[in-house]
Design a protein around this ligand. Structure first.
Ligand SMILES: Nc1nc2c(c(=O)[nH]1)N[C@H]1C(S)=C(S)[C@@H](COP(=O)(O)OP(=O)(O)OC[C@H]3O[C@@H](n4cnc5c(=O)[nH]c(N)nc54)[C@H](O)[C@@H]3O)O[C@H]1N2
Ligand SMILES: Nc1nc2c(c(=O)[nH]1)N[C@H]1C(S)=C(S)[C@@H](COP(=O)(O)OP(=O)(O)OC[C@H]3O[C@@H](n4cnc5c(=O)[nH]c(N)nc54)[C@H](O)[C@@H]3O)O[C@H]1N2
Ligand SMILES: [Mo]
Length: 697
């Protein structure tokens, strides 16, 4: 018996990007543990990933290529050889490319966050073909855009400093479920005397454990941030010196903020004026005490119409109080901007045929886009779709449209997957991909500052192949002969980070493979002395770039598309706001098919406030129908004050095929886009809920 320990990295779309140690005995992975030496992983994994071998050796793994034999969506396939699969795909893509390569669209997101099995070889392939570009907006682009307008770069408070903060706002995030290793630091801060405040419409697992919880209405965070500014300014809880030296537009900001007294904010947010006042005072108190305040703002609050503006407003706050002076102070949205990732080397945009036309298709409106006929404004119809690292039929908004698009008989769809997901059911050709234990990769992170290596722990199962290898084989089959299509995964990983950048000083793939991780060279308090990455080099309360982009250059409030205040006619028919944030034991729609994890989540639930339930004669445990003009789904109700009045919560994202009615929360979500970043508005939704007994009769 031979046993070895292999260094790996968690590939999932989660800020924590954990360092893994995989135990391999006689070629079989028997255990996946967190690396105790890695400073943020600290030997701890979430439940999902500690069960990683259950997912990798799952009896439903796709192990060989298949071709569809049933109707689209039915999920009936027959086995074919790799040879047949590659030949069919090459033939079909060539036929589309001859008409117009823009008819080919890749659709991918962050099933793996690896730079090699993510977009490297794949984008080389699509660039060389001259395919349509995918705007990868489905998660973070609203908040990311708002943050960059204000602060300039996607960097912020280092997670390794958080335990030293004295006040922590957990704003639109649920770290116990979705950012566990930050939560560990937050708890340490709490032990050292920090105060924790959650700002979330839902009493999440995290909100329950904070000292205070402000349960505002979804989509109103921008107003709450303006309310805090009002208190800071009227009560002079300001770091005048920091504002003077390191910010732009304070005088204009002041005028704007004074339009937002706590009473007005309270009305918009559905909270009390006293709560707004208290929050502003608590946030401003650190100016006088000289202690660090830290805001963990997460993506939950930017999945609404004004999501970009909300993050922008919040990103202004630490410059008002000078919180950035402290290593443990400031804001953290994402840290991904710190990584000197060499996108040009990885994706080779220079391979696009010279003078070729280009077009971008937004992944967040894939439903409408697949149904769009050719037109002058749109360009050619989408005739071929290659899906990898994503499950759009389950995760994209306005799901009926998405399913209709995928069902188009004249659309040629290839899906690279581990499992037969809701999306895979629509594939013409379904290809088996390797999991993280079976391939090599290199990772950045958005929740810490470490470059991470993933070594292959075991041989590929069945005939599964890494994504990069699949695109390598397709390139060869289609006669694309640039030498970059012959590079190995190791050769690609070696080019991932720009060695010339001082942040990645000393980066070397061969060493990283051995050590597993290496921290970027980053200052402890990145904006202590200004140095913002904006055009002015300051924190921009006034943003000329926003003005140029047609936005209000000052912090403002943009109401949701769908809310009682902004759309009373719609609210008369659909009075409840619905949000569908992550379930703890799923990772987006990944892991829903792992039995032990699905058993823990049970079945699709809807949390509803007792007053809303009583008004509809709904009792806990009964099955209800959730509906609006776009669609409907069923769930089992939990009557609970965790949901605030007027807001229902359906933790997500279920595979449709595991729900009794074959539907999930995206039946009711819309394809409306955010104010900036062209992102989806998953949490900007009005619905009505009725007992199933009534709709059944
Ligand atoms: N276990 C687990 N972990 C995950 C994921 C997962 O699916 N499962 N997903 C991963 C991914 S892709 C991402 S992007 C991150 C997301 O991580 P988070 O940003 O933490 O997740 P969200 O659900 O988007 O938001 C969390 C909280 O925001 C609240 N929220 C909803 N609408 C609003 C609002 O308008 N205002 C405010 N203030 N709060 C609001 C929700 O009630 C929820 O409790 O997590 C990653 N980690
Ligand atoms: N209603 C609602 N909808 C949402 C959200 C929400 O909160 N509510 N959250 C949104 C957010 S934040 C996000 S980021 C998106 C996430 O949407 P997606 O990025 O599509 O995430 P997953 O649903 O986890 O699907 C990823 C798929 O990639 C596959 N995969 C993993 N690794 C590999 C690999 O190496 N090769 C191949 N070929 N496949 C692989 C997995 O098996 C999985 O099926 O969903 C969005 N949709
Ligand atoms: Mo996400």
């Amino acid at each position: 018996m031979t046993t070895s320990i292999v260094r790996a990295a968690c590939p999932h779309d989660c800020p924590d990007t954990c360092a893994l140690l995989v135990t391999v005995t006689d070629g079989v992975a028997t255990e996946v543990k967190g690396d105790p030496e890695h400073p943020t992983t600290a030997g701890v994994l979430c439940t999902k990933v500690s069960r990683y071998t259950e997912r990798t050796y799952h009896p439903d793994r796709l192990l060989y290529p298949m071709r569809r034999v049933g109707k689209k969506g039915e999920g009936r396939f027959e086995r074919i050889s790799w040879e047949q699969a590659l030949e069919t795909i090459a033939e079909r893509l060539t036929a589309v490319a001859v008409r117009d390569p823009l008819g080919i669209l890749p659709y991918s997101y962050a099933g793996t966050m690896g730079l090699v099995q993510g977009e490297a070889m794949a984008m080389r392939f699509f660039n060389r073909l001259g395919a349509s570009d995918l705007e990868r907006t489905i998660c973070a682009s609203a908040g990311g855009t708002g943050y960059k307008y204000t602060v300039g770069a996607k960097i912020g408070t280092d997670i390794e400093q958080v335990q030293d903060a004295r006040l922590i706002l957990i704003w639109g995030g649920n770290p116990i479920a979705s950012n566990l290793h930050l939560w560990t630091r937050v708890q340490e801060a709490k032990r050292r005397g920090a105060k924790l405040i959650a700002i979330d419409p839902y009493r999440s697992l995290t909100a329950e454990k904070c000292h205070r919880h402000i349960a505002l209405l979804p989509g109103t965070d921008a107003a709450l941030a303006l309310g805090i500014m009002h208190v800071l300014i009227t009560e002079d809880l300001l770091d005048h010196d920091y504002i003077q030296q390191h910010s732009l537009g304070f005088a204009q900001l002041k005028t704007r903020a004074l339009e937002w007294p706590p009473e007005r904010v309270a009305e918009v947010c559905g909270v009390s004026a006293a709560e707004v006042l208290q929050l502003g005072r608590e946030y401003g108190a650190t100016v006088r005490s000289g202690e660090a305040s830290m805001i963990r703002v997460n993506y939950g609050l930017q999945r609404v119409r004004g999501g970009g503006m909300a993050v922008r407003n919040i990103a202004c706050l630490p410059a008002l109080t000078g919180a950035w002076r402290h290593a443990a102070g400031g804001v953290q949205l994402t840290l991904s901007g710190a990584f000197p990732t060499d996108d040009k080397a990885l994706k080779r945009p220079d391979l696009r045929p010279p003078h070729a036309a280009s077009r971008s298709v937004n992944m967040s409106t894939i439903g409408d886009d697949l149904l769009h006929p050719a037109s002058a404004g749109f360009g050619p119809r989408i005739d071929a779709l290659i899906v990898y690292n994503a499950n759009p039929v389950a995760v994209a908004p306005d799901s009926q449209k998405v399913a209709q698009g995928f069902a188009r008989e004249d659309l040629f769809t290839v899906v690279l997957e581990h499992f037969q997901t809701d999306t895979a059911d629509y594939a013409d050709i379904l290809l088996p991909a390797t999991t993280q234990l079976e391939h090599v990769d290199i990772h950045q992170s958005y929740g810490h500052y470490y470059m991470m290596a993933n070594n292959a722990a075991i041989a590929p199962l069945g005939e599964a192949k890494p994504n990069a290898e699949i695109f390598r084989l397709l390139a060869a089959r289609m006669g694309l002969n640039d030498p970059c299509f012959r590079e190995s995964d190791h050769a690609i990983a070696a080019q991932a980070f720009d060695r010339g950048n001082p942040r990645a000083a000393g980066f070397d793939w061969d060493t990283l493979k051995q050590t597993g991780w290496q921290k970027l060279t980053m200052p402890a308090a990145p904006f202590a002395h200004g140095g913002f990455a904006t055009p002015s080099g300051k924190c921009e309360f006034f943003s000329a770039r926003m003005q140029a982009d047609g936005l209000d250059p000052l912090p403002t409030y943009i109401a949701p598309y769908e809310s009682a205040a902004s759309n009373p006619a719609l609210a008369a028919r659909y009075p409840l706001a619905m949000i569908s944030p992550p379930a703890r034991n799923f990772l987006n729609s990944s892991f829903v098919n792992v039995q032990s994890l699905r058993d823990t989540e049970g079945e699709p639930h809807l949390d509803m406030h007792p007053a809303d339930a009583a008004a509809r004669a709904i009792v806990s445990g009964e099955t209800v129908r959730i509906f609006n003009d776009r669609g409907s789904m069923q769930a089992k109700v939990r009557v609970t004050p965790k949901a605030r009045p007027g807001v229902v919560v359906g933790l997500s994202i279920w595979w449709k095929k595991f729900a009794a009615d074959g539907k999930n929360a995206n039946e009711v979500t819309s394809q409306n886009l955010t104010d900036m970043g062209r992102a989806p508005t998953f949490y900007d939704v009005l619905v009505e809920v009725a007992p199933e007994r009534a709709s059944a009769s």
